[in-house]
Design a protein around this ligand. Structure first.
Ligand code: WTA
Length: 572
């Protein structure tokens, strides 16, 4: 274990806030009092995030500041309220009711946010999809969730296999010159003429609101279901961890297809009533620094892969921009390398605050708080109201510096409530009574800081995207040349991990560079660009268990030159 390699990055005053005290006295019911639920017994997260502020002096405050290479727009809380009401009316008139699934598969533009909020307001369950998804990925998610409505663009619609999706009845197209036929609607025409008054669907705290599909180590992606109650923790972590204050201008760089882009790209900032910056388009260092400068951003939430790319772009470029408004920087998604923290401190004059959570946890659970001494390379400490521990397979809490399963005492407000239509997979997370098992391996130091070690299973985390090896393998095997495929994550300095595929070929096929490229293109078009194996190695035979499971850990140990461990279950 290399905890001796860690080093400290001190805060100026090294003040530990009232963390220890809070941890003893805090309980979540104190936060519930901030919401209408406390008085009426009913709630709606979109109302709390947007409409509530319109009843105060925040009405004319900028809620959304949007820019891409073409558009540059600002919307007040009042405008967001009205636009999302219009969307809600459109969806309801088409026939969407509480609990129905509306999926959103479109680029990051303001209309995405209006429709997201509108769908929540009428009690629908929203399923946001990455714009980069290809046909197979889109189909799996729409089919599994039995979504009845899809909001997309004419361009992206080409990746939706409509004939294979019998539940999907309504397609709302966002774009220009939309041709309207049965079951199809012109989103812009519809919402712009809809009424800005809406009867909000009042929900119970534990009614569903959002599905995020995420990958596991086996099987298809799973639909992680969240409920309106999540707002309690999204709101509170917005205060404690993002350090959001009244006048903050906040930028979360994540896409809403990823949980960070909803919990912290939509809910936390708006529940806290700050100005939320959304940037459309792709990453470039110039563009990002310009976004920080032009919008006078004060709180910036991003991911290690982005910080590594910015670090690769160098210090020189940073000097061309005025980043003096930036007060607080945060990171999530994969381990944040100590070098990046050190570089951030030297270059931005700010520490990057790592924090840990998962799609399944709904919001931040472990964090380096703004006020506490941060330890580069550590995820920080559990927030008040959360009991995290390292446990063994019997549920016994392990002492400091012992690696084990990172587990959380159940429940907490933003915890997932279901794996969509898959009770068995849901239960697997809670198989040790009283605990949620993250599947991450970690240890705690003497002072209670958590240190991430890796995934206990084989899920690959490449540039912050979780990719299940199985999903890639299944697609690879569909290629005519591929007999079998085993996919692993290989450590990579920029992307965290890259995908490496071991492939055995069918008879009559022979390895070549062309074939490698052809297979890569096949994955890119069939699954997603981020799922492409950057490395492919051909093998005569793959290591398998007797029951036929490909042994990824053996592939991994070959790749990394490590001992292969127990091979008793391996076939001859
Ligand atoms: C990993 C992201 C190390 C971890 C919000 C976790 C991290 C998975 C960190 C969840 C971190 C996330 N340090 N690893 N600070 N944050 N991870 O569902 O393996 O996309 O289980 O949610 O990413 O990824 P997900």
């Amino acid at each position: 274990m290399d905890h001796y390699n860690r080093y400290k990055v001190q805060t100026k005053d090294n003040q530990l806030m009232d963390y220890e005290e809070k941890t003893k006295t805090f309980d979540w019911s104190q936060v519930e009092k901030s919401f209408s639920w406390n008085e009426t017994g009913k709630v709606n997260i979109a109302f709390e995030a947007i409409d509530k502020h319109c009843e105060s002096n925040k009405k004319n405050k900028i809620a959304l500041m949007y820019s891409d290479s073409i558009r540059k727009e600002a919307y007040t809380y009042q405008a967001l309220k009205e636009h999302s009401n219009r969307m809600g009316n459109v969806f309801r008139d088409i026939g969407i009711r509480k609990g129905d699934r509306i999926f959103i598969f479109m680029p990051r533009v303001p209309e995405l946010y209006f429709s997201f909020l509108g769908a929540l307001k009428i009690g629908a369950i929203v399923g946001p999809l990455f714009e980069a998804f290809m046909e197979e990925a889109v189909k799996d998610r729409l089919a599994d969730s039995e979504a009845t409505m899809l909001i997309t663009t004419p361009e992206l619609l080409k990746r939706v296999p409509l004939h294979e999706l019998p539940h999907l009845k309504h397609i709302l197209l966002y774009g220009e010159n939309i041709e309207v036929k049965s079951g199809f609607y012109d989103l812009n025409a519809e919402w712009q003429q809809a009424s800005p008054q809406l009867k909000i669907e009042w929900m119970n705290l534990d009614d569903p609101m959002l599905i995020h599909y995420t990958s596991g180590s086996t099987g298809k992606p799973k639909g992680v279901l969240h409920v309106h109650r999540a707002m309690i923790q999204q709101y509170q972590t917005g205060k404690w961890v993002l350090d959001l204050k009244e006048d903050d201008i906040y930028w979360c760089t994540a896409d809403p297809g990823w949980v960070t882009g909803t919990s912290y790209g939509i809910f936390a900032p708006w529940l806290n009533g700050v100005t939320n910056v959304i940037r459309g388009g792709r990453f470039s260092p110039e563009d990002w620094y310009k976004t920080l400068e032009k919008n006078k951003i004060s709180v910036w939430y991003s991911a290690p892969t982005a910080f590594r790319m910015l670090m690769a772009a160098g210090e020189q470029i940073v000097k061309q921009y005025d980043l003096s408004t930036v007060r607080h920087i945060l990171s999530v998604g994969e381990p944040l390398n100590p070098e990046v923290v050190r570089w951030g401190l030297e270059t931005y004059g700010k520490r990057i605050h790592d924090n840990w959570w998962m799609t399944e946890t709904g919001s931040i659970l472990i964090a380096n708080y703004p006020q506490m001494e941060i330890r580069a390379g550590s995820m920080g400490k559990p927030i008040p109201g959360i009991h995290a521990a390292i446990i063994d397979d019997d549920g016994t809490e392990l002492p400091p510096y012992t690696m084990g399963n990172l587990a959380i005492r159940t429940p907490w407000p933003s915890m997932m409530r279901q794996i969509w239509k898959n009770e068995e997979k849901y239960k697997a997370y809670f198989r040790i009574s009283g605990w949620y098992l993250s599947g991450d391996s970690a240890y705690i130091d003497d002072d209670g800081y958590f240190w991430f070690q890796g995934r206990l299973d084989d899920v690959i985390n490449t540039s912050g995207e979780r990719v299940g090896p199985f999903e890639v393998e299944s697609k690879l095997v569909e290629h005519p040349a591929v007999a079998e495929a085993g996919v692993i994550g290989k450590p990579d300095p920029i992307r965290g991990q890259i995908i490496k595929a071991f492939i055995s070929l069918r008879q009559g096929y022979f390895e070549s560079e062309e074939l490698k490229e052809e297979i890569q293109t096949y994955i890119k078009h069939g699954l997603a660009a981020h799922a492409v194996p950057r490395e492919i190695e051909f093998k005569d035979k793959l290591p398998k268990t007797r029951s036929g499971k490909i042994m990824r850990r053996v592939l991994k140990s070959w790749e990394l030159g490590l001992p292969t461990g127990d091979l008793s279950t391996m076939e001859d």
